[in-house]
Structures are given as structure tokens and as C-alpha cells.
Write a protein that binds this ligand. Structure first.
Ligand code: BGC
Length: 716
């Protein structure tokens, strides 16, 4: 924070009444028409610090009104011209993976393994959002998730802390830029802090048990990265961790977030979370909820009015100190000043290049989709092939936009059928297909050269409060696949899903599969380009796809078991489940291309390095020679995994520590280099201290987490 801002904040703070201070911590939602007069009056009194620009507890699931700049500018005018100290209001909306242009769901964007492109997309998103009065958005969502039943897995980056950290940095940089006060930049919010993704059974809002060792090594790294990237706000999560609601936990909010991670922005509660402390059974009344939350370090109250209704009395009674209140207000005012709201409180529309945004949306959709299977090179399809296109998702628009898409329009999405017909020079026969009895799908498939099945799940089974108990594809779709198989034709499955699903059954019937996710406005254009080979697929799985729904949780970065079970890496069913093969259907980091890459000559530039040197910043180089030996130009994501076979605390069998996505023309080769040092070689002990030990490190470099391409180095 600049000195200037700090001084201005203190000056302002010294002029504010207690009521106005509390007002800065109050975030009501957009008023309904019948509430307008009263609402304007509270703005006039300085009782509204921020507005949540939506209505309802699960804005990602329900239709929201379009934004009117005139309306928000009028609110701002009242705040600036008529409230006692003229403090502008901070407007916040959930712009999770796109505003008008919709990009793939965040889980899919993580599959692109292209941080630079993710950053560019979020810069586009900030530009569109800031054009419509939005100063602040509640993204990135950084909840590590290992249970795909959880509907909100779509909003995060999957099962890996390193991917989470890379995406966190990219999103924060894209949204906030280097200077938040610039036009087109908005405040980011890292959420949901902390452990929300560990909800038991994938049941939304449920309890979590997270040891401190797991907390520091798995759940916190993405938040740590966001803080390091300068994220200005953090949203606390609904859940409890080990019996302690995060909303009222000074351990998680103050000690860990501010103390250990060094966060210096403000914390906003999740929607109504403060008042929910009563339901969670740690407070008996609203006043106690407010007391516990503010004293724990939670600065802004989203929606439930607990602060505005109770803090004055709590201050009078000495249950909350004036210093605590001032500190929270100071943090909020600082962010407002850093955003430049005092200089430019009103929204003015700026021209932006919509075509460029659509181009990025298509590019990231192309890079996010994952080719899982391609037996006998069924793909890419010939452009003049006759295609039997089957399945309801061939005519679907809304689901491609995914959950948490408030301002995108389904009319902007092409159906898959239209998108294929645009690229194809042959015939595309569409039939919805039924699982039983006669319909044209089977006849079409007999007569066609190839079948494309449009499979998936609806957006409305994903997102907040949308957990499912079974992550298999619906039975009807499996039956449809079986029926079409009777045609004897090669079958290509496009899977439009928001979460990882169980793949074994469908995998056995399909010759080729592209996992297309819910990929936004340009989803179907991207799918068509990949199908016809205009671009070679390059997405990689940020979350494991299990064989069976009953195998979850299944994630790659497990520690070794004492008896050599290690289910993820060991095919022997007798050593894990007696009734099924426990290994993933498609492991973390997996994804094929239309070409073939050869990895050769893995090297480290030294076989020993001293602990002291590493602590002093020395790095060593790992190199591998990569050759495109196939027939297509393509991108490969070279992945580097680490294993520390002996350490004080058990370390995972593999942990991703670096990746590099490279484009290579067919027939070319190049040396891919990684630099490894302090940040990669250590881990956190349960007290949150970063620990670096002497000993061997195994370094694996390859195309996914199962690679056996290994080299060792000793830290001495
Ligand atoms: C969600 C948050 C969201 C907030 C505001 C809550 O229900 O958990 O992710 O930002 O609502 O819409």
C-alpha cells in the first residue's frame, strides 16, 4: 500500500462516526424494486459499504437481472454526493468464468495448462465486467477438490495444489493487472477460504476434517499464491474445519491467512455465513455471531446484516474494540482507494474488442478439451465424412455455458449440430436417439461413415448446492451408446460434463473420446475444430477420471502405504479392491494429441546440490529432449513431478512441481528446461513452517503423473 493511501485512509477514518464505519463493512444485495427508497436512504446515511449485485443465496443457479449502469451510477452518486463522507460504494458480482463472453468453466480452464492464456482471458473478463459497474468479482475459486460429487468442483482447478497455485496467480494478475486503478481492472477475491472443497461426501456446505499437515501442503498453496500475486480480498468459507467454523476462526483468518500467508487485504464472509454461526452451533444469537466473526478477523458481512444491526451495541458493551472495528474499516477503505474509486466512482462504458475476446474464448476451449482415447486414429475425422450425430447434447446451448454464468447468453452458443455443419463438407445427420426401440439414430448410424455421440450432463446438475450421489453418465446415455454400437460403426464420444465422471463403462464402447467440459460461448466451435483436426487437442486432466463411481476419492498425489497397495499406481486388484481394478481410467495430467511425442535424454545438470546453496537461491536445471514424431503440429504439456522417498513427514508418491506447454511442428525436436530450487524441493510441517531436508529427490518428467521417466539428484 502506498504511503499516500495509508495517510488518506487514516484521515478519512478519523472523520467517520461508528455507524459509518460499520456501514463500510455492510454488503447488502441489490434491492428489489419495493425496497428502493429505504435502500437509497441507507446509502445516503453511509450504511452501505458494498453491494452484492445479485439477488438470492445461490446466484449461480438462478436467473439474475441484467446490470443497469444508470442504476448503479445513481447509487454511487448518492454515496459520493449525499453521504456524510462521500465514500464510494464497491460493487461486486460473481463473474466466475466470463461476463458476456463466457470462457470454459474454471476446471476446464485449468485443463489448458496454459497460464498465460488463462491470464489473458481473465483480463478480458475484467474489461467486460468493469464496463458494467462491476468493481469486484468473487473469483478465483481455489478450493482443492477430490470428490467429483461436489457440484462446485467445476469452479476450481481440481485435485492439485500446484495447478491451483498457477491458476490463482494467472487469474489475480488477469483481473487486477499491475495497477488496479487502471480502467478495465477489477478487484479479485480468492475463495472459499478454507477447506470448502473437502466437504464430506461431496455434500455442499458440509463439515470437513483437514489435518494441519494437509492444510498447509494441499489446501493453502493456491491461496498463498493468490496472496503473493497481490489478491486484494479473500472470501471465508461456509464450512467448519475440524469443528471450527471458518467464519469465526481467528486461527484460520488471523493466524494463518494474515500471519502465515501475509494477506493484507480484506476478508468478506460468504453469503449469510455470519448468521449461520447459530446453525453451526457456536453462537446463540445474532449479536454473538457478529462479535465472533469480527473479532476473528472477518471484515465485511455479505448480506445477512449481522454487522450493521449489532456492532454498535457490541462496541458500546466493549465486546468488540474500536481498534478491531477501525482495522476492518481501514482494510476496506484501502482497497477502495487502491481501486481508484475515489477518483473515478462512476462507470463509463469503454469500447473493447469483442472479437478478440471471442477468439480467446475459442482458443482456451480448444486448449482445455482433453482427448482421452483415439483407437486406430479414428480422429481427426475427414471433413467429407458422413456423420451420424446422436444425442441430446448435440442440440443443447445452455449447458455449454456451465454453472455460475450470470450474464452470458445461450443464444450466443451454437449447437454442436450447427457447429459441425459449418466445418464439415460432408453430411451431418442428426438424431436425438432413444435408448430403446426404433428411431432414426440407428438407421443413420448404419448408413454413416462414423458416429459422433454428444454425451454429458446438464449445467443444472453442477455448481452450488448441486452435488450428485453418482458420477456415472445417466443410464439412458449408456443404453443409447450400447444401442448405437449395433451399427458396427466407429463411435466418437464428446463428453460435455462439468465434473470428472466414471469412465470405464463408456470407454469400453467408444473408439475415441474427447472430454469437452462445459466450455463456454465457443464450446461447440472448438469441439468441431478438434474433431476435424483443424487443431490437435492439447488439454490435460487437472483431476483424475476414475473407472468406477465407487472409486472416489481418487487422486494422484497420495503418500505411499506401508504394504505396497498404492492403489492409484498398482493395477493388482487383490491389493486394493478385490472386486475391481483400482487404478484411474485416465490419470491426472493425462491427455492425448493427434501426433506422438517422444521423450529422451532426461538430465540434471548436477547429481548433488548442497542444502545451503538451495537456501541461498541456487537452482539446478532439468532438461529433456522432446520430439514430435507424429504427423501433426501439436502442443505438449511437459510435466515435472517430484518424489522425496525419505523425509521426516511422508511425502507423496508424485507431486507436480512444474509444467511447460510447448508448441511443436511435426518432425521437430527441442530441449525443454526446468529450473528447480527452494520453492519446489521442500514442504510444510504441520505448524506451517517450510521445511527443506537433505536426501534424495526423484524427478519424473513426462506426459502425465504415471510417467516412469525418472532421474535422481541428492540434496546434501
Ligand atoms: C457462494 C459464493 C458467492 C456468493 C455470492 C455464495 O452462496 O458460496 O461463492 O460468491 O454466494 O453470490
Amino acid at each position: 500500500m502506498s504511503k499516500n493511501i495509508a495517510l488518506r485512509v487514516e484521515e478519512l477514518l478519523s472523520k467517520m462516526t461508528v455507524r459509518e464505519k460499520i456501514g463500510q463493512l455492510n454488503q447488502p444485495e441489490t434491492p428489489l424494486p419495493n425496497e428502493l427508497d429505504a435502500f437509497f436512504e441507507s446509502v445516503r446515511k453511509g450504511e452501505v459499504g458494498s453491494i452484492l449485485m445479485s439477488v438470492g443465496a445461490t446466484a449461480g443457479n438462478d436467473k439474475q437481472g441484467a446490470i443497469s449502469n444508470d442504476f448503479y451510477n445513481e447509487i454511487q452518486r448518492i454515496a459520493v454526493e449525499e453521504s456524510p463522507n462521500g465514500i464510494p460504494v464497491l460493487f461486486g458480482r460473481d463473474v466466475i468464468h466470463g461476463h458476456h463472453t463466457v470462457y470454459p468453466i474454471p476446471l476446464a480452464m485449468a485443463a489448458s495448462f496454459n497460464d498465460k492464456l488463462v491470464e489473458e482471458c481473465y483480463s478480458d473478463i475484467a474489461q467486460e465486467a468493469s464496463n458494467e459497474s462491476i468493481h469486484w468479482t468473487f473469483t478465483p475459486m481455489l478450493d482443492l477438490a477430490r470428490d467429483p460429487r461436489w457440484g462446485r468442483i467445476i469452479e476450481g482447478t481440481g485435485e492439485d495444489p500446484y495447478v491451483g497455485a498457477q491458476v490463482a496467480k494467472a487469474v489475480v494478475k488477469g483481473l487486477q493487472g499491475d495497477d488496479l486503478s487502471q480502467d478495465g481492472k477489477i478487484v479479485a477475491c480468492a475463495k472459499h477460504y478454507i477447506g470448502y472443497g473437502a466437504a464430506e461426501g461431496g455434500r455442499d456446505y458440509h463439515r470437513t476434517e483437514i489435518s494441519d499437515y494437509s492444510l498447509f501442503n494441499y489446501y493453502l498453496p493456491a491461496f498463498r499464491a493468490a496472496v503473493k500475486a497481490g489478491v486484494k480480498t479473500v472470501m471465508s468459507s461456509f464450512n467448519d474445519v475440524n469443528g471450527q467454523p471458518v467464519t469465526s476462526s481467528s486461527y484460520y483468518l488471523d493466524e494463518v491467512l494474515r500471519g502465515k500467508l501475509g494477506f493484507d487485504g480484506f476478508v468478506v464472509s460468504d453469503y449469510d455465513a455470519i448468521i449461520q454461526l447459530k446453525k453451526q452451533g457456536v453462537a446463540a444469537d445474532n449479536a454473538t455471531c457478529a462479535e465472533f466473526a469480527l473479532n476473528a478477523g472477518l471484515d465485511m458481512d455479505m448480506h445477512d446484516k449481522c454487522y450493521i444491526d449489532n456492532l454498535e451495541k457490541l462496541i458500546e458493551d466493549g465486546k468488540v474494540s474500536m481498534e478491531t472495528l477501525d482495522e476492518a474499516v481501514r482494510r476496506v477503505l484501502t482497497v477502495k482507494m487502491e481501486k481508484g474509486l475515489f477518483e473515478k466512482p462512476y462507470c463509463e462504458r469503454k469500447e473493447y474488442n469483442k472479437e478478440a475476446h471471442l477468439k480467446n474464448a475459442e482458443e482456451i476451449a480448444l486448449e482445455s478439451m482433453v482427448l482421452l482415447k483415439n483407437d486406430n486414429n479414428v480422429l481427426p475425422l475427414k471433413k467429407d465424412a458422413t456423420i451420424s450425430l446422436v444425442g441430446t447434447y448435440a442440440q443443447e446451448r445452455r449447458s455449454h455455458l456451465g454453472s455460475w454464468c450470470i450474464d452470458g447468453k445461450e443464444e450466443d452458443v451454437k449447437t454442436l449440430c450447427d457447429a459441425l455443419r459449418e466445418v464439415s463438407t460432408g453430411k451431418v445427420w442428426y438424431s436425438k436417439g432413444t435408448e430403446l426401440g426404433w428411431d432414426s439414430s440407428l438407421v443413420n448410424s448404419y448408413a454413416a461413415d462414423v458416429v459422433v455421440l454428444a454425451l454429458g450432463e446438464s449445467w443444472s446438475t453442477t455448481g452450488e448446492a448441486r452435488a450428485v450421489s453418482d458420477i456415472s453418465l445417466p443410464k439412458e446415455q449408456i443404453e443409447l451408446i450400447k444401442k448405437i454400437k449395433l451399427s458396427g460403426k466407429k463411435m466418437v464420444g464428446l463428453v460435455f460434463c462439468g465434473r470428472p465422471i466414471a469412465m470405464q463403462e463408456i470407454s469400453q464402447y467408444l473408439d475415441a473420446i474427447i472430454y469437452c467440459w462445459h466450455s463456454g460461448t465457443k464450446a461447440t466451435d472448438a469441439a468441431a475444430k478438434l474433431l476435424f483436426g483443424e487443431v490437435s487437442p492439447s488439454g490435460r486432466l487437472p483431476a483424475t477420471l476414475p473407472r468406477l463411481a465407487t472409486h472416489i476419492p481418487l487422486y494422484y498425489n497420495i503418500t505411499s502405504s506401508g504394504r505396497p497397495v498404492d492403489c492409484y499406481y498398482n493395477e493388482n486388484p487383490a491389493k486394493c479392491y478385490v472386486d475391481s481394478i483400482p487404478t484411474p481410467c485416465y490419470p491426472f495430467g493425462f491427455g492425448l494429441t493427434y501426433t506422438q511425442f517422444k521423450y529422451d535424454d532426461l538430465k540434471v545438470d548436477c547429481d548433488k546440490i548442497s542444502l545451503e546453496d538451495i537456501k541461498n537461491g541456487k537452482k539446478f536445471k532439468v532438461t529433456v529432449v522432446l520430439e514430435n514424431i507424429g504427423d501433426f503440429d501439436a502442443k505438449e504439456t511437459v510435466q515435472l513431478y517430484l518424489r522425496t522417498p525419505v523425509a521426516k513427514w511422508m511425502r507423496p508418491l508424485r507431486e507436480l512441481k512444474a509444467y511447460n506447454k510447448v508448441f511443436m511442428k511435426k518432425g521437430t525436436s527441442q530441449v525443454v528446461t526446468f529450473e528447480i530450487g527452494f520453492d519446489e524441493l521442500g514442504y510444510y510441517d504441520p505448524q506451517g513452517n517450510y521445511t527443506l531436508e537433505k536426501g534424495i529427490r526423484e524427478i519424473y518428467v513426462g506426459e502425465n503423473c504415471l510417467t516412469e521417466n525418472k532421474i535422481e539428484i541428492t540434496v546434501c
